[in-house]
Design a protein around this ligand. Structure first.
Ligand SMILES: Cc1cc2nc3c(=O)[nH]c(=O)nc-3n(C[C@H](O)[C@H](O)[C@H](O)COP(=O)(O)OP(=O)(O)OC[C@H]3O[C@@H](n4cnc5c(N)ncnc54)[C@H](O)[C@@H]3O)c2cc1C
Length: 302
């Protein structure tokens, strides 16, 4: 008798397989309906097997990291959400090369480099999330971006693993070009020798600065909008009088105007309506067209 998709995915995958998993559990905004399937493959073989299975049944998929830059709509995700949380290998090669799996937490990578006396990724200590998400977003802070020290990116398309050199990549502000369905498996970074005490000091002061400016007290996804060329998004939002404005449980933080926060019980629809309001008011007050930094995915509630 022919096996169903549900029977095959449960039998075949060695990693974690969850059904009807609320995405609110996997996003820092704490909103989002259920994913039909939420799978954390055990390793690359397991992931390749999963992709083959998904292709055979035409099941769409979405790869997530820590969900710190993700707004999942209230209807959830029809298909399979893939988490690479088990891909957290960290390894040093020679003096200055560090290999990291896509599931490595950014802060763990920063601390690994610090302990190895290597400088160049200190800023990652304050950026929540995992390496795959940070690379896909070309995450950055204080003028540095994760692609600065990147030497090689390892990706998977279907069953094919490809190593791409930095020169082959197309990236920009909070942007890295990936083909549809291309999954980041890991990366290698070429770093410089540094003085551990100075590296530690830089990381401490970066964290301190964040505590002073970003302590918003409620679930959030960091900067909701990209900074336009004309200046920081928070200033245009504040100038438009949007601090503290609320739709349902979603609110423009009064501490940091580019952070939209969940004051409790917010839905994805609340965030989408609030974001639309912010964009309209900013357009009216300063003529600036804000663009979401947060990635909006999934389907509306039926
Ligand atoms: C308090 C706070 C402060 C923040 N400060 C900063 C900051 O200073 N600078 C900054 O840049 N960001 C910041 N962010 C946003 C967020 O931390 C970063 O964008 C982070 O890199 C997202 O990583 P993630 O693992 O959570 O990715 P997710 O939010 O899970 O995913 C982000 C995107 O990457 C894709 N993706 C994830 N993993 C993979 C993979 N393996 N292969 C292919 N695509 C993948 C997803 O599909 C999605 O499109 C902040 C967020 C918070 C909550």
């Amino acid at each position: 008798m022919k096996q169903t998709f549900a029977e095959r995915i449960v039998r075949q995958i060695h990693g974690t397989v969850l059904r009807n998993e609320p995405m609110a559990r996997h996003t820092s905004l704490r909103v989002g309906g259920p994913a039909d399937w939420f799978v954390a493959p055990a390793d690359t073989d397991d992931l390749q097997g999963l992709l083959t299975l998904l292709a055979a049944y035409a099941v769409p998929f979405l790869v997530v990291g820590g969900g710190y830059n993700l707004l999942v709509r209230d209807g959830g995700f029809r298909g399979c959400v893939i988490s690479l949380e088990k891909f957290d290998r960290l390894e040093r090669e020679g003096e200055s090369l560090v290999h990291a799996g896509a599931g490595t937490e950014n802060a763990a990578l920063a601390r690994f480099c610090r302990d190895a006396g290597l400088t160049g990724l200190e800023f990652l200590v304050g950026i929540p999330g995992r390496l795959g998400g940070a690379l896909a977003m070309n995450a950055g802070a204080g003028g540095g971006e994760i692609t600065d020290a990147l030497e090689t990116l390892v990706t998977l398309k279907g069953r094919t693993v490809t190593e791409l050199q930095r020169e082959q990549l197309v990236f920009g502000y909070r942007f890295l070009q990936l083909d549809p369905g291309e999954i980041i498996l890991g990366a290698s970074f070429r770093l410089s020798q540094g003085i551990p005490e100075q590296i530690r000091g830089r990381m401490e002061s970066l964290l301190q600065k964040r505590r002073e400016t970003q302590q918003v007290g409620y679930p959030n996804a960091g900067s909701f909008f990209k900074n336009p060329v004309a200046g920081p998004a928070w200033r245009f939002i504040a100038d438009a009088g949007m601090r503290g404005v609320r739709v349902g449980g979603a609110e423009v933080s009064s501490v940091h105007a580019n952070f939209l926060v969940n004051r409790g019980g917010a839905t994805a629809d609340d965030f989408l309506a609030l974001a639309a309001k912010v964009k309209n008011r900013v357009r009216e007050s300063s003529g600036i067209e804000l663009e979401e930094e947060v990635r909006v995915v999934g389907t509306d509630r039926e």
